[in-house]
Design a protein around this ligand. Structure first.
Ligand code: Z5A
Length: 216
C-alpha cells in the first residue's frame, strides 16, 4: 500500500521542523516507517540547489528564474526521495512543498499562476500531499524564535516585516481554498500542544481510515 504524504507549511519560525520531528517519533512508535525531508532540498541534487537559492545568488535572475530552480530541486526530490518512499509504503513528512512555491513565488513574487501550476504538474504530477498543516503564528513570534538561533539571515528571512505579514495571510487564504487537504494549526502554543493537535488530525484523517473495519 502506498505510504502517506504529509507536508508542513507556514512562515519562518512557525515550528515546522520541530513538528516534523515530533510527528515522526509518534508514527514510529506505532510501527509506521517514516522518512522526514525538507524543501528546498531533500536529495543530494536538491540540497545543492538549496545552497544557491538561500544564498541569494539566484535572486537577481528574477522571480520566474528562481521559481524554475525551486522546481528543478523539487523534481529531483520527488523522483529520488519522495516517490520511492511512498511506493515502498513509507510515510513521508516534508518541511515545505508546493504551497511554499505557490505563496512565496506566486503570491508574493507575482510569478504568473499558469507558470507555477505548469511547473507543479511537471514536477509533482499526482504525488500530492494527503494532508498539509499550515503552521500559523504571529510574525513577531516567528521572528523572535528565529532570532534566538543567532544565525545569519538567509535570502527570505531578510525580507521586510510587511512581506511576512502578507505571507501569513496568503497561507491562511490557501487553507480556506483547500479545506480537504489543509489544516490550520495555532502554532503559537507550546510544542507539545501543537504536536497533540497535529496528532489528532493525523489519526482522524489518515490513521482511522486505514484501519480495516471488523465486521460485526
Ligand atoms: N521557499 C520558497 O520561497 N519557495 C519554495 O518553493 C520553497 C521554499 C520550498 C527555506 O527556508 C526558505 O525557502 C523559506 C521559503 C523558501 N524561507 N523562509 N523564511 P528554511 O528551510 O531555511 O527555513 P524555514 O522553512 O523558514 O524554517 P525555519 O525558519 O527554520 O523555521 P521552522 O522549521 O518553521 O521552525 P523550527 O526550526 O521548528 O523552530 C524555530 C525555533 O523555534 C527553534 O528554536 C525551536 O526550538 C523553536 N520552536 C519551535 N516550536 C516552538 C513552539 N511551539 N514554541 C516555542 N518555540 C518553538
Amino acid at each position: 500500500m502506498r505510504g502517506r504524504f504529509i507536508t508542513f507549511e507556514g512562515g519562518e519560525g512557525s515550528g515546522k521542523s520541530t513538528q516534523v520531528a515530533l510527528l515522526a517519533e509518534r508514527l514510529r512508535m506505532r510501527g509506521i516507517e517514516v522518512v522526514t525531508t525538507r524543501e528546498p532540498g531533500g536529495s543530494p541534487g536538491a540540497e545543492a540547489m538549496r545552497l544557491l537559492l538561500l544564498s541569494g545568488v539566484v535572486k537577481p535572475l528574477g522571480p520566474t528564474a528562481e521559481t524554475m530552480i525551486f522546481a528543478a530541486a523539487r523534481d529531483d526530490h520527488v523522483q529520488t526521495t519522495i516517490l520511492p518512499a511512498l511506493t515502498g509504503g513509507e510515510w513521508v513528512l516534508c518541511d515545505r512543498f508546493i504551497d511554499s512555491t505557490r505563496i512565496y513565488q506566486g503570491v508574493l513574487g507575482n510569478v504568473d499562476r499558469r507558470i507555477i501550476r505548469a511547473l507543479e504538474r511537471a514536477t509533482v504530477g499526482d504525488v500530492m500531499p494527503d494532508l498539509t498543516f499550515i503552521m500559523d503564528v504571529p510574525v513577531e513570534v516567528g521572528f523572535e524564535r528565529v532570532a534566538g538561533r543567532g544565525q545569519v539571515k538567509d535570502r527570505f528571512e531578510s525580507e521586510e516585516t510587511d512581506f511576512h505579514v502578507q505571507l501569513r495571510e496568503a497561507f491562511l487564504d490557501l487553507a480556506r481554498d483547500e479545506p480537504e487537504r489543509c489544516i490550520v494549526v495555532d502554532a503559537s502554543q507550546t510544542p507539545e500542544r501543537v504536536a497533540s493537535r497535529i496528532w489528532l488530525a493525523v489519526v482522524d484523517r489518515l490513521i482511522k481510515q486505514r484501519t480495516p473495519r471488523v465486521a460485526s
